[in-house]
Design a protein. Structure first.
Length: 152
């Protein structure tokens, strides 16, 4: 169980921590300092490096989470908080798939042809979805923390 908890935590730290840094730190600085062509190109490059880590994190989180659920007796045996975290995690995974295959895919295509206006639209969509996923990830962390407190 220790290895599963480690991989699960590592995946969450990489994914949610990466979203936090991108959304709360890099985004406002890039918006302040860079004109659209450079800013959009930067985001395409940042995402091209970050998203493979998200895929790996997703694999760690989902496989370790399912392993731990099964080791504890399956979905019927685990607490409400595990069901909530699993459900939120599934929503996050689906949102990420949409980001990766739709909005990021569009961003890459329009930036490649220097369509900065459409690039801005694609980046805005991606930003909103990552902000939504970041919120869900932080909620999941809170659920994990409070559900393991002695008073619960």
């Amino acid at each position: 169980m220790g290895i599963a908890i480690f991989l699960h935590t590592l995946g969450v730290v990489v994914w949610v921590g990466g979203m936090f840094f991108a959304y709360m730190v890099l985004r406002p600085v890039a918006a302040d300092l860079l004109d659209p062509p450079l800013r959009l190109t930067l985001w395409v490059r940042v995402f091209s490096h970050f998203f493979p880590w998200v895929w790996l994190s997703l694999a760690f989180i989902m496989s370790s989470g399912l392993y731990m659920i099964m080791a504890l007796g399956g979905f019927k045996a685990v607490a409400w908080s595990v069901h909530l975290m699993f459900g939120i995690g599934l929503v996050m995974a689906l949102v990420f798939c949409f980001v990766y295959f739709v909005s990021y895919g569009k961003l890459v295509k329009v930036v490649a042809v220097h369509d900065w206006k459409q690039g801005g639209v694609a980046l805005a969509t991606t930003r909103k979805l990552i902000g939504f996923n970041l919120s869900l990830g932080l909620i999941n962390i809170v659920v994990a923390g409070i559900s393991h407190m002695p008073v619960w």
